[in-house]
Design a protein around this ligand. Structure first.
Ligand code: SIN
Length: 294
C-alpha cells in the first residue's frame, strides 16, 4: 500500500510501499503523479533496480532523452546516463561533475525536461555523514513572491537558454576536465527560447522558468536591463527559504519534476569518496508548444 510522507519542507516527500522493479498499476501511477505535482521532489527508498527496470519506470512518465554528452551511457541502454567519480582501469565510468551548480535540466532544449529519475547506487560518506546531497529550489514559490510590477513587466517575455553556458562555466570556474563541446554537439543543441513564466502542467500554477545554469538573455529587453533582471532573478530564486536538500541513501530512487524546481548537485566529496548514480531524463513532449517546440 502506497503512502506519501511529506518532508514538511518547501519541497519533498517520501513514497513508501512501492517496489519499482515491478510495473506500477494505474492507481499507483496516478498517485505518484499527484504527489509529484504537490511536492516536486519524491524519494522512493530501498529500491533494487536493474538498468532495464530504471528505464521502464522512467518511461511511464514520458519520452526519455538521450543526452548530448553521450560518452557515459549505460551499455545497451542509451537512455541511462551514468553519473560517477569512479575510475575503472584509470578511466571514468561516468560523468563526474554533472549538475554541480544551480540549473534545471534541458531548459536549453526545444523540448524541455519534465522530470529526472536518479537511482543512487553508491553514496559517499565521511565520519558517518552522507555527502553529495542534491539540493532543490521551489519555482512555484519563487514566482509567487515576485513583486507584482516585475511579474507584469516580464509577463509574455521569453528567455534564451544555452547548453554551452553551463558547460563552459564548469570548465572555467569549477576546474572541470570536460573538453569544450564539439561543433557537432553545439549544432545538436543550439540556444533556444522559452517563456519566462510557464503554467505548470501538473499544478496549473505559474512558475519562474529561468535558471543560472543555462539562461542567457531576456530577449525582449535591452542587454543591460536583461543582465540586471536575470541577476536579480538568479539571486531571488536561490534564496535559502526556497531550498530543500535531499540527503541520499543507497537504494534511493529520486523522481523530481524539472519545470517547477531547479537543482544543484553538491560537490563536497573527494575523488576517493565514490558516488554512483544512474539517471534518466523524461521530456515534456506531451504538454504542448510552450514545453515542446516543433
Ligand atoms: C543532475 O543535475 O541531474 C545531477 C544531480 C545529482 O547528481 O545529484
Amino acid at each position: 500500500m502506497l503512502a506519501v510522507i511529506p518532508s514538511g519542507e518547501i519541497l519533498g516527500a517520501t513514497i513508501a510501499g512501492l517496489d519499482l522493479s515491478r510495473p506500477l498499476n494505474d492507481a499507483d501511477f496516478a498517485a505518484v503523479r499527484r504527489a509529484l505535482g504537490a511536492h516536486g521532489v519524491l524519494r522512493f527508498p530501498n529500491q533494487q533496480l536493474t538498468p532495464r527496470q530504471l528505464v521502464d519506470f522512467s518511461a511511464r512518465f514520458g519520452k526519455l532523452e538521450i543526452n548530448v554528452a553521450n560518452s557515459y551511457q549505460e551499455p545497451g541502454l542509451p537512455q541511462i546516463m551514468i553519473l560517477s567519480n569512479i575510475l575503472e582501469n584509470g578511466k571514468p565510468i561516468g560523468m563526474s561533475d554533472a549538475g554541480q551548480s544551480w540549473h534545471t535540466d534541458m531548459s536549453y532544449s526545444k523540448t524541455i525536461a519534465f522530470a529526472n529519475v536518479l537511482y543512487g547506487i553508491k553514496i559517499p560518506r565521511r565520519d558517518g555523514k552522507t555527502l553529495g546531497n542534491t539540493e532543490f529550489c521551489n519555482m512555484h514559490a519563487a514566482y509567487d513572491d515576485l513583486p507584482d510590477d516585475l511579474k507584469r513587466k516580464l509577463d509574455g517575455k521569453t528567455v534564451l537558454h544555452d547548453f554551452n553556458k553551463f558547460w563552459e562555466m564548469m570548465r572555467r570556474e569549477k576546474g572541470s576536465k570536460r573538453p569544450p563541446l564539439t561543433e557537432a554537439q553545439r549544432r545538436q543543441k543550439p540556444p533556444v527560447s522559452h517563456p519566462i513564466f510557464l503554467t505548470h502542467p501538473l499544478t496549473g500554477r505559474k512558475v519562474l522558468y529561468a535558471n543560472p545554469g543555462y539562461s542567457m538573455r531576456i530577449n525582449e529587453l535591452p542587454e543591460a536591463e536583461s543582465d540586471a533582471i536575470l541577476a536579480l532573478l538568479f539571486a531571488h530564486q536561490t534564496q535559502p527559504k526556497y531550498r530543500y536538500a535531499h540527503v541520499w541513501e543507497e537504494g534511493d530512487l529520486m523522481l523530481w519534476e524539472d519545470i517547477g524546481t531547479i537543482h544543484n548537485a553538491v560537490a563536497d566529496y573527494a575523488s576517493h569518496e565514490h558516488r554512483l548514480i544512474k539517471r534518466c531524463q523524461v521530456m515534456a513532449s506531451d504538454f504542448g508548444e510552450d514545453f515542446a517546440q516543433p
